[in-house]
Design a binder for this molecule. Structure first.
Ligand SMILES: Nc1ncnc2c1ncn2[C@@H]1O[C@H](COP(=O)(O)OS(=O)(=O)O)[C@@H](OP(=O)(O)O)[C@H]1O
Ligand SMILES: Nc1ncnc2c1ncn2[C@@H]1O[C@H](COP(=O)(O)OP(=O)(O)O)[C@@H](O)[C@H]1O
Length: 651
């Protein structure tokens, strides 16, 4: 193919065709003038007039049919037996782009840039330019090269060409993929501009392209967070989340997903199952000696296998507990025998007449109670099915019987020492699980921190019992944010509102705690960590007491907050980020501290010369609405409705 530069005489044979079909002549405009000389030169050289009209978004192009159909399968099909064709939306090609493409059809030269590549590539794909010199290939090879060096520019032009940019050649997802490889996250600015249906499409392409979905999770989470999930319909949110494949997420991201309130419930369920299967696989891998395991395992088999270790653990616990109960029974029986022996000897003064050494007296028979003082019954009593204490022990002709028969129940309790009764209560009265725990703890003396040989003491009244009493679930609402963001104020609002619903709360305010428990701590990083750790520990106790504990402190470092979260059972730590910009907090400056910090009179002030690390994923984010602060009433409602929905306000 000869370049048209070589033509010496060029006449203008190109002309606008105002009468060409729709739209009306008034809406037509001229194609770029650079195309005129090229078409003219071609006409002169081959002595053939332009013989087709192509109308592109209001602009008429008079061109040579053979030039166009030799390169474009779309035009070849459309121009069959006709001499005019209209290219209009939804075919997303502008007149300017078409002129460049037409130019290429004549000259096989094209000037590609990061800003025009998307439009030209899309046009080439839509027009099926895979014939002849092949604009599809030319643009493809340029695109591949340019995204390696300038993907941030390219993606901008690609996003404006959505959805075609994605449907024709996956341009946006390929840019994102390239940028992920280069560690460049500036594409997030472009992502946020996408309408949800475009984002959904790009995410679905990324789903297929990316071998690991950690980055895709971050992109989806960012999108859901920034556009605020509540602006999406539930199905849209589900569709977006469905682009994540749990099996392609690494462990820590999977765990993060499960706890992420922005993820759809369906996705979280899938993630939990995947986490469970992964854990199971690791366990199986660690324990099994089978090396050739090629056959597929059915879900039924998996579940059956899973229940086996569970049952084994249960059986072990019950056996532990039974063993402990037998041991303590034996011990108490020996004690009881010794005490009876002792009293018997004492009363009779006859050490040789030892009834308890006779075979018969080894078994105790307690008569059915007439007015029993301690009976089988509720928690705290001797709850064995076989022990009933009466004020008479029947052992005819035995002096012991007479002695006992004359005693009041109080004396009987003296006679059977408290320790014995308490031990019997322990041996019989406590629930198996609790007993098991205690039996373990008894044998496991630990060293914690600087303390040696310390035991954990279990009490039969536990968190669930207290929660039942209070009709609420013990938890920690952890308010974090800059100084002046409104933590203390919101804590009071929450406490008051919950109080009026009959719920028991307690506030741990950073400022207040520094007046007492934490008075020895400064604002250096390590002291802040210690401050947060201590408050976390106290909060944990309050939650265990069944209270709704509201901790309100800057807690600027993510790892410290995460450490507090880890202290509590899952779901008991509700992190609330009061996301108020520094400028707003600084303008409020209720204590004048920002002013002092700016003047350098306070060093290491959060937000000024000490960092604040916002939560990367927390249960609730309370953000400004545009330039307006969310009202305290609304913030309170958001938190309380979270508590309500998640069952914290009932036992
Ligand atoms: N250097 C520095 N940085 C931040 N804050 C400072 C500082 N010095 C004093 N204050 C005042 O102390 C309050 C913060 O205490 P906290 O215990 O919440 O802080 S932290 O969680 O240990 O970071 C904080 O109170 P709030 O305004 O309630 O947050 C400040 O008033
Ligand atoms: N949602 C809100 N809108 C407007 N002002 C608020 C809001 N929340 C708190 N404030 C005001 O901001 C200032 C700082 O609030 P405070 O609760 O002391 O913050 P923190 O405990 O985070 O330092 C107070 O004067 C308070 O009245």
């Amino acid at each position: 193919m000869r370049a048209l530069k070589q033509f010496e005489t060029i006449e203008t044979i190109y002309e606008e065709e105002h009468s060409f079909s729709s739209p009306s002549p008034s809406s037509s405009s001229s194609p770029p003038s650079s195309l005129h000389p090229i078409v003219n030169a071609w006409s002169l050289h081959y002595t053939s007039e332009p013989n087709v009209l192509i109308l592109v978004q209001g602009t008429c192009f008079r061109l040579h049919q053979d030039r166009m159909i030799s390169q474009s399968s779309y035009l070849k099909q459309r121009l069959m037996g006709v001499s005019n064709v209209t290219i209009s939306p939804p075919l997303n090609i502008t007149a300017e782009t078409f002129a460049t493409v037409a130019d290429f059809c004549y000259t096989h030269k094209i000037h590609l840039t990061p800003s025009n590549i998307a439009a030209i590539k899309v046009a080439a794909e839509l027009l099926g330019m895979t014939e002849g010199e092949n604009l599809c290939e030319v643009t493809e090879s340029y695109f591949e090269r340019v995204i390696g060096v300038d993907a941030s520019l390219v993606i901008r032009s690609c996003v404006t060409m959505l959805p075609e940019a994605e449907t024709t050649a996956s341009l946006v997802s390929r840019c994102i993929e390239a940028m992920i490889w280069n560690g460049d996250v500036s594409f997030l600015d472009d992502v946020i501009e996408m309408p949800s249906q475009d984002f959904q499409m790009v995410a679905s392409y990324l789903n297929k392209r990316l071998p690991n979905h950690d980055a895709l999770y971050k992109i989806i989470d960012f999108y859901l967070k920034e556009i605020k999930c509540d602006k999406l319909r539930e199905e849209q949110q589900i569709d977006i989340c469905n682009n994540l494949d749990c099996s392609k997420l690494s462990h820590h991201i999977l765990v993060e997903c499960i706890q992420n309130p922005r993820m759809s419930l369906k996705f979280i369920m899938g993630a939990i199952l995947m986490e469970h299967l992964k854990t199971r696989d690791s366990l199986v891998a660690a324990t099994t000696t089978i090396t050739h395991k090629t056959e597929r395992t059915s879900l039924r088999q998996i579940l059956q296998q899973d229940t086996t270790p569970y049952h084994t653990t249960n059986i072990e616990e019950v056996m532990d507990s039974t063993y402990y109960r037998i041991q303590s029974l034996e011990k108490e029986l020996i004690d009881m025998k010794n005490h009876l022996q002792h009293h018997h000897d004492f009363m009779n003064g006859n050490k040789n007449n030892n009834v308890l050494n006779q075979e018969r007296s080894m078994s105790f028979h307690f008569e059915p109670p007439e007015d029993s003082k301690i009976q089988r019954g509720g928690r705290g009593s001797i709850s064995s099915s076989s022990f009933m204490l009466d004020n008479r022990i029947t052992k005819k002709h035995n002096k012991l019987e007479m002695f006992v028969a004359n005693k009041t129940s109080l004396e009987i309790t003296r006679f059977f020492p408290y320790k014995f009764i308490n031990s019997l209560k322990n041996a019989f009265g406590c629930r198996i699980q609790r007993q098991t725990k205690r039996s373990k703890n008894l044998s496991e003396k630990s060293s914690i921190g600087n303390s040696m040989n310390i035991l954990w003491h279990e009490c039969p009244i536990q968190k669930l019992d207290r929660e039942h009493l209070l009709q609420q679930k013990g938890c920690v609402i952890w308010l974090t944010g800059l100084s002046g963001s409104g933590k203390s104020t919101l804590a009071c609002f929450l406490s008051r509102s919950l109080h009026s619903r009959g719920k028991l709360t307690y506030i741990l305010d950073g400022d207040n705690m520094r007046h007492g428990l934490n008075r020895d701590l400064s604002f250096r990083a390590e002291d802040r960590s210690e401050n947060i750790r201590r408050i976390g520990e106290v909060a944990k106790l309050l939650a265990d007491a069944g209270l709704i504990c509201i901790a309100s402190l800057i807690s600027p470092y993510r790892k410290d907050r995460d450490a507090c979260r880890a202290l509590l059972p899952n779901g008991n730590f509700i992190e609330v980020f009061i996301d108020v910009p520094l400028e707003v907090c600084e303008a409020r400056d209720p204590k004048g501290l920002y002013k002092l910090a700016r003047a350098g009179k306070i060093k290491g002030f959060t937000g000024i010369d000490d960092p604040y690390e916002p939560p990367s994923s927390c249960e609730i984010v309370l953000q400004q609405q545009g330039s307006e602060c969310t009202s305290l009433g609304d913030m309170t409602k958001i938190v309380i409705s979270y508590l309500d929905k998640n069952g914290y306000l009932r036992a």
